[in-house]
Write a protein that binds this ligand. Structure first.
Ligand code: MG
Length: 118
């Protein structure tokens, strides 16, 4: 599986990647620091799953989410955010995200997410 980890925080990206590789050693992982770069990578690489932060400069997650799905309808987008209020959750699910999970994602949480993808 090919994953794209999108977050403006390098630390957040590395933390998520650590959990991801703990659960799946052979995961192929791309990184983007905003929605615009994520879109570019999605168009050029066979990405299966996108982990998407909401608050980012240049292009935030709310803006990027529908564009990512439009660019690749089969892609699975998991929103990863500190803001897990019901309103934010409904908004991202309406925009096409398959899940909305709270930061940070530890290996246990990642394992459940990966299982839900199968
Ligand atoms: Mg952010």
């Amino acid at each position: 599986m090919k994953y794209l980890v999108t977050d403006d925080s390098k630390l957040a990206r590395l933390s998520l990647i650590k959990s991801l590789t703990t659960c799946q050693e052979d995961a192929e992982i791309f990184q983007a620091e905003n929605g615009e770069l994520a879109l570019e990578i999605l168009k050029n690489e066979a990405v299966d799953v996108v982990f998407l932060d909401l608050t980012m400069p240049v292009m935030d997650g709310y803006t990027a989410l529908p564009l990512l799905i439009e660019a690749k309808p089969s892609v699975k987008v998991i929103v990863v955010s500190a803001d897990i209020q019901e309103q934010a959750r409904l908004k991202v699910l309406n925009l096409g995200a398959i899940e909305h999970v709270k930061k940070p994602i530890n290996p246990d949480k990642m394992k459940k997410i990966l299982e839900s993808l199968q």
